[in-house]
Design a protein around this ligand. Structure first.
Ligand SMILES: [Zn+2]
Length: 242
């Protein structure tokens, strides 16, 4: 099966397109950020796909609205037995009440949250959030150093942020990179993909064919990493006519 892929921006929405030997056009809207992915029959070109997406924009926008108003995955009770993803692996939470500073410690398959008795849910969430942030902060320096070296560039500054619609971003003037704290929940290959993607913006602004070529040479398996990053669609629909 031959596949090609493209990034399109349709009225401000970034769309990932994969061309495949399929009959119908599929559009998926993926959590947590409302990423839009299109699987298109190989016979179509970028302009035809763009047009198909424009026709479905009301549907896409509705899905994205729903996604944003739905309770976030982090909006949980923070009690024993709940599962939370860490680097792509589902872990059970165990809450241990004891005096002292609230903190998280991994214990085998489990994630143990130590908190003083009576700690509010919101405080417990903040504790887990901080821990996720530390995980990303811990992984990034080695990854960035490796890719600075491999691509012969320097990254002057990077930050970890909570972003609603992006996994990462690159400011081409300051060369400042940002990474979404949610990446700590995904397989580590995904974090590396986002690092390479954002650094690749040093060479190319948009997501056009030159960007795709650069990604192919920098990280040949980037497509499958991206697939992993954006898996489990919120909504999926198929249309028999483009
Ligand atoms: Zn990009």
């Amino acid at each position: 099966m031959s596949t090609a892929s493209a990034y399109l921006n349709v009225r401000g929405i970034d769309i990932d397109v994969v061309y495949k030997d399929i009959k119908n056009l599929h559009i998926g809207v993926y959590p947590p950020l409302g990423r839009v992915r299109v699987a298109a029959p190989s016979r179509l070109d970028d302009d035809q796909v763009r047009l198909a997406v424009i026709l479905r924009l009301p549907w896409i926008k509705r899905q994205r609205e729903q996604l944003r108003s739905a309770p976030r995955q982090s909006e949980r009770e923070m009690v024993t037995g709940e599962s939370h993803y860490v680097w792509g692996i589902r872990r059970r939470l165990k809450v241990v009440e004891r005096p002292g500073r609230a903190h998280i410690e991994p214990d085998g398959e489990r994630l143990v949250l130590y908190v003083p008795a009576g700690t509010a849910t919101e405080k417990r969430r903040e504790c887990l959030d901080r821990w996720y942030r530390e995980q990303v902060r811990h992984q990034l320096p080695a990854l960035i150093a490796e890719w600075e070296d491999r691509l012969d560039v320097s990254v002057p500054k990077w930050t970890i942020r909570r972003m609603k619609t992006k996994w990462g971003s690159c400011n081409r003037e300051s060369r400042h990179l940002s990474f979404n704290v949610e990446l700590a929940k995904k397989h580590p290959d995904c974090l590396e993909y986002v690092v390479v993607h954002e650094i690749t913006h040093y060479f190319e602004r948009g997501h056009g064919s030159r960007f795709v070529e650069l990604m192919d040479s920098h990280l040949p398996d980037w497509r499958s990493r991206k697939e992993t990053l954006n898996n489990s669609p919120l909504a999926h629909a198929e249309w028999s006519r483009p």
